[in-house]
Write a protein that binds this ligand. Structure first.
Ligand code: FES
Length: 135
């Protein structure tokens, strides 16, 4: 099994979260990591600014030292170590693929990464964004 350590951030912003089932994706990561015995820090992220392409999940390699400094990693940005990827349109079925490919084999799963869309991918913060327009 890989000796690497990873941080996984699941977006729970209003668009990636309630609307696209990130709770279930988070739980699937929890279950799969436990079942496979893979070490990773699994946390929530409020928004990656890629809302239209969610649910988004950032996976990045971290050092053991960084793993202990979890607070300082609360805002990861999108640049990171060599094994960093923001996965888009993540489904429960893809969670195992991400864990096996990225975390266990150390290979970014490029087929699960969409190109950046240039049109409005509105960043959303956590502050009171419920009840937005459903047209
Ligand atoms: S709400 Fe998930 S990227 Fe913005």
């Amino acid at each position: 099994l890989s000796q690497r350590l990873f941080k996984i951030l699941v977006c729970r912003g209003p668009n990636c979260g309630d609307k696209r089932g990130s709770q279930a994706i988070y739980r699937e990561f929890e279950a799969e990591l436990c079942q496979r015995g893979v070490r990773a820090c699994l946390e929530w992220q409020s928004c990656f600014g890629r809302c239209t392409q969610g649910p988004n999940v950032l996976v990045r390699e971290i050092s053991a030292q960084q793993a202990e400094m979890r607070r300082s990693l609360a805002t990861p940005g999108l640049v990171g170590g060599r094994l960093t990827a923001l996965y888009n349109g993540v489904t429960i079925a893809r969670v195992g693929e991400i864990i096996e490919g990225h975390l266990v084999r150390g290979q970014i799963q490029r087929q699960l990464i969409e190109p950046l869309r240039s049109v409005a991918s509105t960043p959303v913060d956590n502050a009171g964004t419920e009840g937005d327009s459903e047209t």
